[in-house]
Design a protein around this ligand. Structure first.
Ligand SMILES: *Cc1c(COP(=O)(O)O)cnc(C)c1O
Length: 349
């Protein structure tokens, strides 16, 4: 039975992190030049860092095991203890990571907003010196915004935040875990988004399909500091080119197909919205669909279980919502099957 449950017919919409490496990634991993990244540098990791930095319009890059570590290092390298970081209330760095606050001694203050974008007036208020006993040392943005359903704050918002930060002489960090999805939605290059920020972290292991890893990019001095700090927190690895090779393949070839994931998400949302008013879903800008279950008589945990029994894997988002993420392994047929499973569950209710 366990074998049947693990059969490839399962539609796994829990996250785009479930994507497997491509054949081209495996081929590249096999032949990647390797060195000791803790001693005298791994050449493939350096190639990834340079390539990513160039694509992101920054002087330097740093390969890190995860985007969480990239975000943590951005703060450790630029913010002192008892200083303050301002970011949108639902930001991943506040709600999911927490480490930035507990490990750095910095205070993370959430600024309410809409669709992942901070309210600029409130941001301006929070930046006034009289607003807090703590000095604000950084503003952090997130795009696409995970908790806001994969929304992409407009470029004008990023520019306005950059102007405010510059006026106060502080840096802007971008949690760009799904930066390539955001660029795809806007129809621009990743560097068109990152020119508004000083540092950016990019996840290689989500829709881009690398097995692990992320890149933090920024100015030469900040990345040099982050490289030293990475060693202190155990993020320096040895023949890391084995995985950096997959990351190189990911950033150079996998961004171009993300529009397909966005199309599937839209197809999924349209299918679910046909079940209104009992169910409804956001109209996704990228690859994240949030399903509102409030009008059904079951909570999200129960829905997850019922859908799982039909071969559809999802995750709860609080008690009344589900989160579905499309990615490279989700076909148009999988989307149809998913919508049919929701319909079956509603009829059975
Ligand atoms: C997934 C995610 C991260 C963390 O990425 P990991 O590589 O899993 O540590 C950070 N920020 C956002 C917005 C994310 O969606």
């Amino acid at each position: 039975m366990a074998v049947v449950a693990e059969a490839p017919t399962v539609v796994d919409l829990r996250s785009d992190t479930v994507t497997r490496p491509t054949e081209a990634m495996y081929a590249r991993m096999r032949v990647a030049p390797l060195g000791d990244d803790g001693l005298d540098a791994d050449p493939t990791a350096r190639a990834l860092e340079e390539t990513a930095a160039a694509m992101l319009g920054k002087a330097a890059g740093l390969f890190v095991p995860s985007c969480t570590m990239g975000n943590l290092l951005a703060i450790l390298a630029q913010v002192q203890r008892s200083e303050q970081v301002l970011l949108e209330t639902q930001a991943h760095m506040i709600n999911t990571e927490r480490g930035a606050a507990t490990l750095t001694g910095a205070f993370l203050l959430g600024i309410p907003g809409a669709d992942g974008a901070m309210d600029l007036e409130r941001l301006g208020d929070a930046l006034r010196p009289a607003a807090s006993p703590l000095r604000t040392a950084m503003i952090a943005l997130e795009t696409s915004h995970n908790a806001a359903g994969g929304t992409v704050p407009p470029l004008a918002h990023m520019a306005a935040v950059a102007d405010l930060a510059r006026a106060h002489g502080i840096p802007v960090h971008l949690d760009g875990a799904r930066l390539f999805n955001a660029a795809t939605h806007l129809g621009v290059e990743p560097a068109d988004l990152t020119r508004h920020v000083d540092t950016v972290s990019l996840c290689l292991s989500k829709g881009l399909s690398a097995p692990v890893g992320a890149v933090l990019a920024g100015s030469g001095p900040v990345i040099a500091t982050a490289r030293r700090l990475r060693k202190m927190i155990g993020g320096t690895q040895r023949q890391v080119g084995v995985v950096a090779a997959a990351g190189l393949e990911a950033i150079t070839t996998m961004g171009a197909r993300l529009a397909e994931d966005h199309d599937r998400a839209r197809q999924l949302s349209d299918g679910l919205n046909a079940l209104r008013p009992t169910l409804s879903a956001n109209v996704p800008q990228t690859n994240i669909v949030q399903v509102d279950l409030a009008r059904t008589r079951r909570d999200s945990e129960r829905w997850v279980g019922d859908l799982e029994a039909l071969g559809i894997r999802t995750r709860p988002l609080g008690e009344r919502r589900l989160r579905l993420v499309t990615h490279r392994h989700i076909t148009a047929g999988d989307v149809e099957r998913t919508v049919a499973a929701f319909r079956t569950c509603l009829i059975a209710a």
